[in-house]
Design a protein around this ligand. Structure first.
Ligand code: AP5
Length: 215
């Protein structure tokens, strides 16, 4: 089976929608951002190398990211395909992916820049299960308690501040957005309007998938 790529600017809702698509398809989520943050919190050399790029809102070099993905896709749970979240982000990464994995579709969540800062600066998540919330748009039912796993204590990301978001958006437009044309030329790019309620965006993404699969 092939893999699905979730594409879009920072804060578009890739992680949020990944949970919905995983529940429907059973594919494991592979988020390069989560992998880098895990490496950073473990203090590994990979995490140390990535740290300054992430803090500055710049892309981590392709050589590091491609190696990370090559190893992850060799793991047993990836044998039937994965749900890629935040990868690929450059043409070089997409070319490398093409060599190691078939891509079924690139699902793009389209959100205008002016919406992004508010989304990112209000984000928090559960350190135990990874569920993503937002101060105004998607808060936990009880303050500081995860709706999904009941863990007490939420966390915020170090790079979720206005200054870093603007660098992340610049990197998105200059290095990542060109992939929209790259994948369109290969007949793999499908965009949905991400500037709507979370449930509606999820329904649109699942509709694209089921139409593609002739279900
Ligand atoms: P990464 O962790 O991938 O961050 P990102 O792409 O900036 O994406 P985010 O995780 O910020 O957003 P998201 O789209 O998942 O949105 P979410 O669902 O959380 O990367 C971090 C860094 O790692 C990069 O800057 C780079 O340095 C490095 N990196 C990672 N991968 C790399 C790669 N391949 N190459 C090079 N470097 C790499 O939603 C955001 C908020 O909005 C949440 O609070 C959510 O509740 C809310 N929300 C979601 N959907 C909606 C909606 N429809 N309406 C209202 N609110 C919503």
């Amino acid at each position: 089976m092939a893999s699905i790529v979730l594409f879009g600017p920072p804060g578009a809702g890739k992680g949020t929608q990944a949970a919905i698509i995983m529940a429907e398809t059973g594919l494991p989520q592979v988020s390069t951002g989560d992998m880098l943050r895990a490496a950073l919190s473990q203090g590994s050399s990979l995490g140390m190398e990535a740290k300054s790029f992430m803090e500055a809102g710049k892309l981590v070099p392709d050589s590091i990211i491609i190696g990370l993905i090559e190893n992850r896709l060799k793991e047993n749970d990836a044998s039937n395909g994965v749900l890629l979240d935040g990868f690929p982000r450059t043409i070089a990464q997409a070319e490398a992916l093409m060599e190691i994995e078939e891509v079924e579709v690139v699902l793009s969540i389209e959100v205008p820049d002016e919406r992004i800062i508010k989304r990112i600066c209000g984000r928090y998540s559960c350190p135990q299960c990874g569920a993503v919330y937002h101060d105004s748009f998607n808060p936990t039912t009880s303050e500081d308690i995860c709706d999904n796993c009941s863990h007490h204590g939420m966390k915020r990301r170090a790079d979720d501040n206005e200054e870093t978001v603007s660098s992340r958006l610049k990197a998105y437009h200059s290095q990542t957005r060109p992939l929209a044309d790259w994948y369109s030329q290969r007949g793999l790019f499908q965009a949905v309007d991400g500037d709507r309620d979370i449930e509606l965006v999820g329904q649109s993404l699942l509709k694209v998938l089921s139409e593609l699969r002739g279900e």
